[in-house]
Design a protein around this ligand. Sequence first.
Ligand code: PLP
Length: 389
Amino acid sequence: MSFDLASRLAERRAASLYRQRPLLQAPQGPQVQVDGQMLVNFCSNDYLGLANHPEVIRAMQQGAEKWGVGGGASHLVVGHSTPHHELEEALAAFTGRPRALLFSTGYMANLAAVTALVGQGDSVLQDRLNHASLLDAGLLSGARFSRYLHNDGDSLGKRLDKSQGDCLVVTDGVFSMDGDVADLPTLCTEARKRKAWVMVDDAHGFGTLGANGGGIVEHFGLGLDAVQVLVGTLGKGFGTAGAFVAGSDELIETLIQFARPYIYTTSQPPAVACATLKSLELLRSEGWRREHLARLVARFRAGADEIGLSLMDSFTPIQPILIGDSARALKLSALLRERGLLVGAIRPPTVPAGSARLRVTLSAAHSDAQLEQLLHALADCWPQVRGDG
Ligand SMILES: Cc1ncc(COP(=O)(O)O)c(C=O)c1O
């Protein structure tokens, strides 16, 4: 690191790794205005199309009229209001766990859970492709930190054998940049042999996996005995904002007593909790959203295969196209944008070196015609990028 910021920025630009923020000038949806241009949006995590749903908006408006706009204080002082409490109860029932605890962001929920559970003298074992917030949490905890090979039970087992103290195994449910699903039954079996606990961050699984949208634990039918710490985020499939940790009564009380990212922050606006209560209801009851998504995923994979694109091993709405080189990923993204399509290029350090990709995400709000538009554009643009190599 250096205070020579100009050089650091120039280096990043030269490596095709410079990041820019597209300016969104419309609500989330399949069609958005970005930097003055109308684009079909294939890079949002609003998988079910709930972020701009009229009933969710109305719930937030009514919530704001009743509860005001600010949380006002931390939960432990006077910021824990009735909508927060009702949402926690609803999330506990939804996940089939005794209790749930609400957080303002997924990043904070992950920091809170890991640092409250393990510290010096303990071990934290993480999938090497886990989300940055989990990796940061592991480092912050002070526990002995080790990363096992992606989704590899043997690699986890070897590290479990060498672990010290209490051991927490941590994995994404659906891997955010690859779209594949954690092999939870195997990971949980390995953990159980060594009396380790398992923590799953299912940010991208809630709403999209499981018959009722209950995520990866519903998909595999895993209870509290297998997954002791279950994290969900509310800014993706739920379409609102915030996150939760679900688990035993003792786990939640431990977080309330000891988790600094829970204790030392203002609660989220109660109106957001009102909106999430409504989106939870829609997420559970409107199974047609998951069914439509599954059809879109199948059609995208078949179409991409015909074009000769390299997809990843994913049946979820995250369908990355592997490119490898960052400059070529940027070029494909730019060519698609010229054709009215928004698909983000994901580059290192967000993904491992040499594995830049276009992260296509599908939403229940996409029409079949919008998906065909994407496939046509990819068929046109891909030869230009492939030809560069
Ligand atoms: C797997 C995963 N966990 C946690 C987060 C963080 O959640 P939040 O955006 O609510 O901070 C994200 C993405 O944002 C994610 O992809």
